[in-house]
Design a protein around this ligand. Structure first.
Ligand code: P6P
Length: 335
């Protein structure tokens, strides 16, 4: 990347070129990016900032919240509520939607986020991240409500994540491919470091939590068993496995070098379709993966075509290299 193109310049030039980024959406993305810089700063302080460890509370998922989960959520709310670009926000850390207070101007966008994904990794210094998804509020004068958020993922107008790892990198799509911006801490700005990201269609690397194998449904068991047989088995090649237990980090690896990520249904909680949340994990990640030439399915259907019934509903996830996702889907269709 020869020139030093900031996120702001990239967004302005994209807006000028293809009109995909109206000014209010550009403002929204820049505000989210600024919030991610603040979260990155808090994450990087770690023990020095007194921000490690659990808070005294549970989130809507019934999971013990980390102090940084709450901090990240508050940073995103406070950064976005006054700008006039949003009607409401929804977060993994909040049961109900957060309508922009009447003291601020109302905008046309809805922002959803997992403020700090992978937070079980915070205390052990492993990469974590913020995931966000942007929808347009449906037309109408009625007060914004949860029902306005219940749109299929193919309605997203922007999606991305910021991974807090050895680098802090913002990864973004507005429907015209995927771009990556690395935080230059000296300048204090995100600088374009990759655009038109393309995932290799084939892979020899899968990501899944193998400790759950006995709980998986047959298609997933058969797929993984075939991979484990390596070059002597039906796949005719050896596979590598990765599992960071931080979706943002696993997806970033896949966007960078290919691979597949699976978090399937399992019989530990048979009434839940999966562990991951559709609206602020699977949808934004699924769109990024598709925009980079990959695929994102539940094993039986495209994730982005699913119309949510509840804000925090969960979903099975198979995403990554297009041909490998198609191969995994074939195990489900053999049922
Ligand atoms: P497990 C993090 O809590 C998360 O939601 C994803 O980021 C990650 O991929 C998954 O859960 C890890 O789940 O069951 O392996 O700890």
């Amino acid at each position: 990347m020869s020139q030093n193109i900031s996120l702001t310049r990239y967004l302005v030039e994209q807006q000028r070129v293809d009109g995909l980024i109206p000014s209010q959406l550009r403002l929204l993305i820049e505000v989210v990016a600024r919030a991610c810089k603040s979260i990155s700063h808090a994450v990087n302080k770690g023990a020095l900032g007194g921000v490690l460890g659990a808070a005294e509370s549970e989130n809507v998922q019934g999971e013990i919240q980390k102090k940084l989960d709450i901090i990240a959520n508050e940073v995103l709310i406070e950064a976005n509520e006054w700008g006039g670009h949003l009607a409401a926000m929804a977060s993994e850390e909040m049961e109900d939607i957060y309508a922009v207070p009447n003291r601020y101007p109302q905008g046309e966008y809805l922002l959803l986020f997992d403020p700090l994904d992978g937070s079980s990794n915070i205390d052990v210094n492993v990469s974590i991240g913020t995931i966000f998804s942007v929808l347009k509020k449906p037309d109408g004068d009625a007060a914004v409500g949860e029902k306005d958020f219940l749109q299929a993922g193919h309605n997203q107008v922007a999606a991305g994540y910021c991974v807090y790892g050895p680098q802090t990198t913002l990864v973004l799509t507005v429907g015209d491919g995927v771009a990556m911006f690395t935080l230059d801490r000296e300048q204090g700005s995100f600088v374009l470091t990759q655009e038109n990201v393309q995932i290799p269609p084939d892979t020899k690397e899968f990501a899944i939590n193998m400790s759950n194998m006995r709980h998986w449904d047959t298609p997933v068991k058969r797929y993984v068993e075939d991979c484990l047989q390596g070059s002597e088995g039906p796949r005719g090649k050896d596979f590598n496995m990765r599992w960071i237990a931080s979706m943002v980090a696993d997806v970033h690896r896949i966007l960078t070098r290919g691979g597949v990520f699976l978090y399937p249904w399992d019989k530990r909680e048979p009434n839940k379709p999966g562990k991951l949340r559709l609206m602020y994990e699977a949808n934004p990640m699924g769109w990024l993966i598709e925009q980079a030439g990959g695929a994102a399915s539940t094993g039986t259907q495209r994730i982005l075509d699913i119309v949510p019934e509840k804000l925090h509903e969960r979903i099975s996830v198979v995403l990554g290299s297009k041909n490998e996702v198609a191969h995994i889907n074939s195990y489900f269709s053999k049922l």
